[in-house]
Design a protein around this ligand. Structure first.
Ligand SMILES: C[S@@+](CC[C@H](N)C(=O)[O-])C[C@H]1O[C@@H](n2cnc3c(N)ncnc32)[C@H](O)[C@@H]1O
Length: 261
């Protein structure tokens, strides 16, 4: 997911991002899926995750241009209900409205025409089906480094608020706006894009999704939702820190989008 990395060594490269990527599959209402697509599945490293939301009789279909990667996927997933199809994300070899869920990880930015790919994803989803996209990019963003004690408190409050359904909070600095616009353009609705700050180098340990997300949230938006969960002294310190916000800088960011067809 780190931008500009080749597809080799994906498992090592993506390992620290697994907690963030798996968040996408925990959204309410995502269960009993009959047909889940993994578009640009590569060697299928994340295809089997889709089994978590699959109906007992459901299937996963992985699509990729790379036949060698598909052969690896087939060899490593011979015990699970997955099919592997060679095809182009810009012209999916699938029936209109056939899928309940389409998952496209670390690939949208590689497609020659991302809008065309989103159009195709929308086409193959049934009305009411769900799209999940994760894509890395370099973006102009303000990375907020909360002091450790405050960061822990904020992370807990944020996770608690998310779990109780009080969120989502929009990412700061307009992050995800373009993806949101593209999804709207091809006809998706109920679009939500979350943004996560990635360290400049691949970290050795898994990232805490809430911590990474908080680093990109604009405090005024966040404040209105989680202030009731924080002690007044913590809110005051956040207010003070937010008042010293720096200018945006280019940083690696992971966008996680969900939307309904
Ligand atoms: C970075 S890898 C991601 C693989 C997998 N989604 C994952 O996260 O482990 C990108 C994949 O996109 C595939 N790809 C690139 N362009 C494609 C296209 N137009 N149609 C289908 N697959 C494509 C590549 O072959 C490669 O397997």
């Amino acid at each position: 997911m780190y931008p500009h990395h080749p597809c080799s060594h994906l498992d090592a490269l993506h390992a620290p991002l697994v907690p963030i990527l798996r968040l996408a599959l925990t959204q309410p209402g995502l269960s009993n899926v009959q047909l889940a697509l993994d578009v640009a599945c590569g060697p299928g490293l994340k295809s089997a995750w889709l089994l978590d939301v699959l109906h007992a009789t459901g299937r996963v279909v992985g699509v990729d241009l790379d036949r060698t990667a598909l052969r690896t996927a087939a060899q490593t997933h011979d015990q699970v209900p997955c099919d592997w199809v060679a095809g182009d994300a810009l012209a999916l070899p699938l029936r209109t409205g056939c899928a309940d869920l389409a998952w496209c990880i670390a690939a949208l930015g590689l497609f020659a025409n991302p809008l065309r790919a989103l159009h195709e994803l929308r086409r193959v989803l049934r009305p009411g089906g769900t799209i999940l996209i994760a894509t890395g990019e370099q973006s102009w963003a303000r990375i907020r480094s909360w002091p450790t004690d405050l960061g822990q408190l904020l992370t807990q409050a944020y996770a608690h608020a998310l779990a109780s359904g009080a969120m989502p909070v929009l990412p700061g600095d307009g992050l995800g706006d373009e993806l949101c616009h593209q999804l709207t353009t091809v006809g998706f609705r109920a679009i939500h894009v979350r943004a996560f700050a990635l360290p400049p180098a691949v970290p050795a340990t898994p990232l805490d999704p809430y911590h990474a997300e908080l680093a990109l949230c604009a405090w005024p938006d966040l404040r209105t939702r989680i202030a009731p969960l924080l002690p007044p002294a913590a809110i005051l310190r956040c207010d003070e820190l937010a008042a010293t916000d720096s200018e945006p800088d280019l940083a690696p960011v992971l966008l996680l989008a969900t939307a309904t067809a």
